[in-house]
Design a protein around this ligand. Sequence first.
Ligand code: PTJ
Length: 246
Amino acid sequence: MIDPNHPRAKSLQTREQLVSGVTKGITSLNGLISHGRGEAFDYLLSEKSHDFALEAVSAAAASLALAKYPVLCTNGNSSALVPEAYVMLSKLLQCPIEINLFHRTVERERKIQKHLESFGATTVLGVGNEASEVVPGIASPRKHVSPQGIRKADVVFIPLEDGDRTEAVVQLGKTVITVDLNPLSRTAKMANITIVDNIIRCMPLLIQKIKEYKKLPKHKLEKIITEYDNQKILLDAEKAMRKGKG
Ligand code: PTJ
């Protein structure tokens, strides 16, 4: 039990969520290493959501609100950290969640599916043979995707991703939205929209923005997307990190 008065209570709770994810068989051991990388970048951001993240959240919300067939992709880390947010987002957008793992086992896919369903998820794709299609150009098991999910989607939300898949999915003509605390990663550079923020902080912001944007006319949402510049956002994030704590 973490004392809420501990100065790093939130960070310790997040670590516990991932450790518990490993214990439950949801998160891979490698996911802990990945989280450590994320923590280091988050420290340089003073663990807060900056303007460049809010701007990317706006573009992501506009793209998802306009999408004809959005899909929310999840892995062992995002499923352990923000399961409620995934379910809320899928209900809000009336879209499926697709499990897509780097360290793929059907056993872990089933556990993640059950975990998400325990939070109210109704359509969870990508488990076992259901991921029957292959995205060309991907060297990892992440190439296996669902015909009703990533393969069919026009806009794909893929946080904590790896670069080769981002590139391959973009090449299929889909809009890729990612969340990555590292603005220098290949994923961050290859995605159409990169939210440089901790997934635990930006998911509530994204949900709120989509609720707001669902009331806006189409041309206003299109304007937000057209004016968005991902290269600038990444540069702003890098500058903020170089400047250090602030
Ligand atoms: O569950 P699996 O098998 O699909 O594996 C998932 C991981 C995350 C282990 C796998 O995709 C992986 O190895 O990812 P990476 O390349 O280590 O991490 C992807 C990026 O996510 C890195 O740039 C991290 O800095 C970033 N990251 C880690 N935690 C967070 C994060 N970004 C936002 N929020 C976080 N909480």
